[in-house]
Design a protein around this ligand. Sequence first.
Ligand SMILES: Cc1cc2nc3c(=O)[nH]c(=O)nc-3n(C[C@H](O)[C@H](O)[C@H](O)COP(=O)(O)OP(=O)(O)OC[C@H]3O[C@@H](n4cnc5c(N)ncnc54)[C@H](O)[C@@H]3O)c2cc1C
Length: 386
Amino acid sequence: MAANRTFDIIVVGAGSVGTPAALALAEAGLKVLVVDQYPSVGQGSNKRAIGGLRATHSDPAKIRLCLRSLEIFSTWEARFGDKIEWRRGGYSFVAYRNEEERTLKELLVFQKKYGLLVDWLDAESFRKIIPDLNPEGLLGGTFSPGDGHASPLLAIHAFYSRAKKLGAEFLFNHKTTGILTAGGRVRGVRTDKGDYDAPAVVNAAGPWGAEVAALAGIDVPVRPDSHEAAVTEAVARFLEPMVVDIRPVAGSANYYFYQHDTGQVIFCITPCPSIWGMDVRETSTFLPMVSRRMVGVMPRLKNLRVRRTWRGLYPMTPDGFPIVGWARELEGYMLAVGMCGQGFMLGPGLGELLTRVVLGTTTEDDRETLAYLSPYREFKGQEKLK
Ligand SMILES: Cc1cc2nc3c(=O)[nH]c(=O)nc-3n(C[C@H](O)[C@H](O)[C@H](O)COP(=O)(O)OP(=O)(O)OC[C@H]3O[C@@H](n4cnc5c(N)ncnc54)[C@H](O)[C@@H]3O)c2cc1C
């Protein structure tokens, strides 16, 4: 039990979003409590992420948030000393068909407008960056050298340690079971181990986001769907960028893989149709499906041995964008849910944005970002680069 029961703000969820948010809030001098149902940080979706970090998105909100996240990840070790296995390997989107070439080139115009360092490379130049790509039918692809990857577990532990150093308190094995209110506004949270008071509560409950919103009588369209991933043995470096193939094939949409800083190849695939629900038991269909596709684009991968597979949840929204902002239904209740497949890369940038929202110090850019992520948008669009 926390020694003190009264805080400036309580964050529900010590995951990819809640932990860096707690850090940013504590940095701003607020008295923060984070509660999580599990025994330690990152035990929800965070530890199941494969570690990809990119700003190469198709909308200004994610571009801005992830550019800031990349700054935080890439300078973390130099500033605070923790190794988070950050590596600026870049991201590459491959094109083997005219459809993907067209989509990627269309997006490029927009991405450049927002200051992203990304370019189209023809097949020959592309293979200079990724020499092992299957040359047969390769048209080229986009490459963004500023993107990279890091370890989700090491990064969240680094954020957690620093947040604690700055005074944030964390309570594990505490499940939030209710939101306390008085006079139509937030008064605190009820957990299975006791009540805690604060005039503001952030719902950063990831795949459980809708459940925790419902505790406040708020309906949010966050629905978890499951994705599988795997890691191979570690081998000598042969690959720098994340390779993303967005061609849809029966049974799967895109898939992506990269060689981690420590030598293992890590990969995952987006099932099509989506597999809705909270089931995180591994399947026997994932590995044959993804390895066939991966060996197709990079034949050399057939020599690698897979060490482990796992399955985790994307907290999905109908349009593929997060849901962020104060709830109109209950004063003092903030939503930071629906991160889809990008919560790890959004987390640090989003944590700082949430802090500016709480302090009332948002900029014009922030307000544009928040409009994209508004809980009250129509959810009609579709993200182009999932
Ligand atoms: C296979 C796979 C690969 C992925 N790869 C990437 C990637 O490369 N890059 C990337 O950016 N993202 C990736 N993701 C997505 C990323 O993991 C998620 O978007 C992100 O972790 C969501 O962050 P979150 O903080 O919203 O949720 P979480 O990290 O799940 O945190 C939510 C926390 O809330 C807690 N909680 C929930 N309900 C309660 C309650 N009632 N009381 C107390 N605590 C509660 C949970 O225990 C949990 O710790 C991947 C996901 C999967 C499954």
